[in-house]
Design a protein around this ligand. Structure first.
Ligand code: GLU
Length: 483
């Protein structure tokens, strides 16, 4: 599909494939390998820290979960810095390369404490572990926000394919998560920890190599460092806005940024509920769900693949849905899509209420409850997460795009830390109460967001309008909007 826009983005060098810029598939591939390494390593971390029989650290469950909580929180704080660096110094492309390198080193360093002592270079055994985590956090900070921003830059403002493009990109994320669970998880659990973490390092190396090989051909001018001319233009824009007394931003830009911040607040509810998957829901599945199919006992960790698997399966449907609706000018505004995501999350936890009722009455609950819960969480995720990434690239002024993407990920940081606190309440109040609390909180957040939607849409000043052929001529999508 071709699009009309009076605000073209930097033109990608290579044309289109399956209706999307070819650069999308490069970013898809690089992100897939990066997420393979990220989730592959994350899935092994707690097991490795608590393991006593296979050369792990032998920590208590509480200590391991506490480090896990800090790690999953902090790893999403660094995108703020990585975003700022890309906007102001590096450009997104270099930031992704440096970030990928740091992550790769981090994953290889994770393997070191599992090697014979001579390789620890006389340091305490935990030293390479902490160093590894620091490398991965720094690397994720540079990689994650900036690769997402480049996806947005593939599409000019007003291009109806943007949400759909982000949904395809999101499938790459989850294909990577699946690969990580299968490859790193299996090698780490069955062969040796060093093999699991080492394979994550190899995955990241593949992503980096792919990016270095193809970026020049497929990304054209996207994500390059700012030239002196760009800087001069930015300085002029700032000066013009400063004369309005709004700190270097026009009032339209300020309102759009406010929308990003408000939506970033609401998604904290979503991710704090979603991240129960790795904690409370996994423990619950392990202890209280009848996981037998015939005589086969399904391993608890397999349940986590329902989410990534369904994203990959349902992604094309959602991607086609967003484009189809957008072309007919029927797609719901961004805040409504995200509100729907929150409501679906809430409904998902209603199934967990059913599960706990049944487990209380019969000792165990049927596995269908948990699978249904994950299915609803996944549909909610597809309404909220790729749409959110897309939203940031639509609303952020170009010169602040990566920094604001960093702020978007800060919600994930807060939510990940919060998720642990919420999940641990189950010990005191019981699972049913915690699940009920989540149903009410996410449901209420969804309803409030839906009610705020008209106000938020006004504050976007047309940034979400589509200018798709063959419906010409449409006025400029974003008068004076992000370039
Ligand atoms: N599954 C998403 C990813 O890894 C979640 C990130 C987020 O919390 O925004 O990109």
């Amino acid at each position: 599909m071709r699009v009309a826009s009076s605000h073209p983005a930097p033109a990608p060098a290579a044309g289109e494939l399956l209706g999307h810029p070819r650069g999308l598939y490069l970013l898809f591939g690089a992100e897939m390998w990066e997420r393979m390494s990220f989730y592959g390593m994350r899935g092994l971390l707690v097991l490795y820290l608590t393991d006593v029989t296979r050369g792990g650290f032998g920590w208590s469950r509480a200590d391991a979960l506490s480090l896990y909580g800090w790690y999953t929180g902090l790893v999403y704080v660094t995108p703020l810095l990585g975003g700022w660096l890309a906007d102001n110094v590096l450009g997104q492309r270099r930031a992704v390369v440096i970030g990928g390198l740091l992550m790769m080193i981090g994953h290889f360093l994770m393997a070191v404490p599992d090697l014979p002592e001579a390789y620890w270079l006389g340091l305490p055994r935990a030293a390479p572990l902490y160093l590894a985590l620091a490398f991965i956090m720094a690397g994720n900070g540079l990689f994650k926000p900036n690769i997402s921003v480049m996806v947005g830059q593939l599409y000019p403002p007003g291009d109806a394919r943007r949400d759909s493009g982000f949904t395809i990109f999101y499938m790459g994320i989850n294909l990577g998560a699946l690969l990580g669970a299968l490859v790193c998880g299996t090698l780490g659990e069955r062969v040796g920890w060093a093999f699991g973490f080492g394979s994550a390092g190899v995955g990241m190396a593949l992503g980096l190599a792919l990016f270095l090989w193809k970026a020049r051909d497929l990304l054209g001018g996207i994500g390059l460092r700012k030239t002196d001319a760009d800087r001069a233009q930015i300085a002029a824009a700032r000066a013009a806005a400063a004369s309005q007394g709004t700190g270097g931003l026009t009032s339209v830009e300020l309102q759009r940024i406010a929308v990003i911040l408000i939506l970033s607040f609401f998604v904290i509810f979503f991710w704090a509920a979603f991240e129960q998957a790795g904690g409370l829901m996994t423990l619950y599945t392990d202890e209280k769900v009848d996981r037998h199919v015939g005589t086969f006992l399904i391993p608890t960790t397999w349940f986590n693949m329902v989410n990534s698997g369904l994203i990959v399966l349902l992604g094309p449907l959602f991607s086609a849905l967003w484009t189809g609706l957008a072309v007919r000018r029927l797609d719901p505004p961004i805040p409504l899509k995200m509100a729907l995501g929150l409501v679906l999350m809430s409904l998902g936890f209603v199934f967990m209420l059913g599960a706990s009722e049944q487990a209380d009455a019969a000792g165990k609950s049927a596995l269908g409850w948990v699978v249904a819960a994950y299915a609803f969480h996944t549909m909610g995720e597809l309404c909220l997460s790729p749409v959110g990434l897309s939203m940031v690239t639509k609303l952020a002024p170009a010169r602040l795009a990566s920094l604001l993407m960093g702020i978007w990920f800060l919600s994930t940081a807060i939510a990940n830390k919060l998720a642990g606190v919420i999940g641990s309440q189950a010990e005191e109040f019981g699972e049913f109460t915690v699940f009920l609390g989540i149903v009410l909180a996410t449901g209420a957040a969804g309803i409030v967001l839906a009610a705020l939607s008209p106000v938020l849409v006004r504050m976007m000043h047309g940034a979400d309008q589509k200018t798709v052929e063959p419906v010409p001529p449409v006025p400029a999508a974003v008068p004076g909007g992000p370039a």
